[in-house]
Write a protein that binds this ligand. Structure first.
Ligand code: 5GP
Ligand code: MN
Length: 335
């Protein structure tokens, strides 16, 4: 993978570009992709944004979100765009399998592939150009660097700023996680100068749910959360019946995994949801417990040091047992 800077001089020639992100995109994946798409369009490129799956309603306000192609819902249209692409930008994921059913197609197409990402262990061989920096708060921060580095800061407008800010607050937990550097705050200051209305973005992302979701959270915290004080760890296991009962929609479970970490002394939180095709795990930790390694070792996943995800083909009950066994094996690291 050649350094990302090597493509800056090539940006002046208009091309067909596809930008894509990880499945079930979060504010960082969608925000960074849309911000980059707005900038590349202004530079005269023909840009399509493809998401491997659908996305939560709380991302639908983002400038350009209406034009994003859902690979699962519009596969032919997406494949046509991918076949025509001269360049493919892959944002906010480290390995092609993170794009689910789209992974095979991405591997097959013969175009210039560019990575911009901050997850651990990137599949560098799959990309021609790129940057992987696990110290970065968010891919949105890296897209900001890309825009400024390529000499296009003047193209940042309120729309671009809103998308980037959404990615930054999404991945930094609104500026609280350790990767929130002074530079992140400086970037936000620049985005404010470009017209960013930050409180509007917070409202769009966090005050935009239905009553069902709040009732669902109440139910989950009361009935589905277990605390293991001997391991400083917690578990939330959500059966399919809860998803049906509360009409849980894409994005409604976002952030749930963080609640147990608000309990004194809890260092590790695991959330598992019984989805049709798999049991989907999310892990969050505080301090020196590495959930990237934990997710890789036990749950076929990965991510960052303090935030990761994984999956299991076992039943909910079995995968919960596997988690409890993993807690025992990690007892000393969890003290
Ligand atoms: P979430 O719990 O929100 O699904 O994921 C937490 C973080 O870990 C996100 O940055 C997400 O992109 C990453 N992540 C989730 N699942 C996986 C996985 O299977 N592999 C890798 N490498 N990263 C993951
Ligand atoms: Mn991210």
């Amino acid at each position: 993978m050649k350094p990302i800077q090597d493509i800056y001089p090539l940006l002046t020639i208009p091309r067909r570009i596809v930008i894509t992100m990880h499945q079930k995109p979060d504010p960082d994946a969608m925000g960074s992709s849309l911000a980059l798409s707005l900038i590349l369009s202004k530079l005269g490129h023909i840009v399509e944004v493809i998401s491997p799956t659908n996305w939560p309603d709380f991302l639908k306000w983002m400038p350009g979100a209406k034009t994003v192609i859902d690979y699962e819902a519009s596969r032919d249209r997406a494949n046509n765009a991918l076949d025509a692409a001269e360049w493919l930008f892959c944002l906010d994921f480290n390995a092609l399998h993170r794009t689910k059913h789209m992974a095979k197609k991405l591997a097959e197409i013969n175009c210039v592939k560019v990575l911009i990402d901050h997850h651990e262990q990137p599949e560098e061989a799959a990309f021609n150009y790129g940057i992987s920096n696990t110290c970065k708060s968010s891919t949105a921060e890296m897209v900001y660097d890309f825009i400024v580095g390529s000499g296009n800061e003047s193209l940042i407008d309120e729309n671009v700023a809103s998308c980037l800010y959404a990615g930054i607050i999404g991945d930094t937990g609104s500026f609280r996680f350790p990767a929130t550097s002074g530079r992140v705050h400086e970037i936000v200051a620049r985005l404010k100068e470009k017209g960013l209305k930050h409180s509007l973005v917070h409202e769009h992302l966090y005050d935009n749910f239905l009553e069902d979701r709040l009732r669902f959270i109440g139910h989950i915290l009361l009935h589905r959360m277990e605390i293991f004080y001997e391991y400083n760890a917690a578990l939330i296991a959500i059966p399919k019946s809860d998803l049906l009962k509360f009409n849980v929609r894409t994005g409604d479970t976002e952030g749930l995994v963080n609640y147990p970490l608000t309990i004194q002394g809890i260092k590790l939180s695991g959330l598992v949801i019984d989805r049709d095709e798999e049991r989907k795990w999310s892990f969050r930790s505080k301090g020196d417990f590495d959930v990237n390694t934990f997710a890789r070792k036990y749950f076929n996943g990965g991510g960052h040091f303090n935030a990761s995800g994984g999956r299991s083909a076992d039943t909910l009950q079995k995968t919960v047992q596997a988690y409890k066994k993993a807690l025992q094996e990690n007892e000393s690291q969890l003290q």
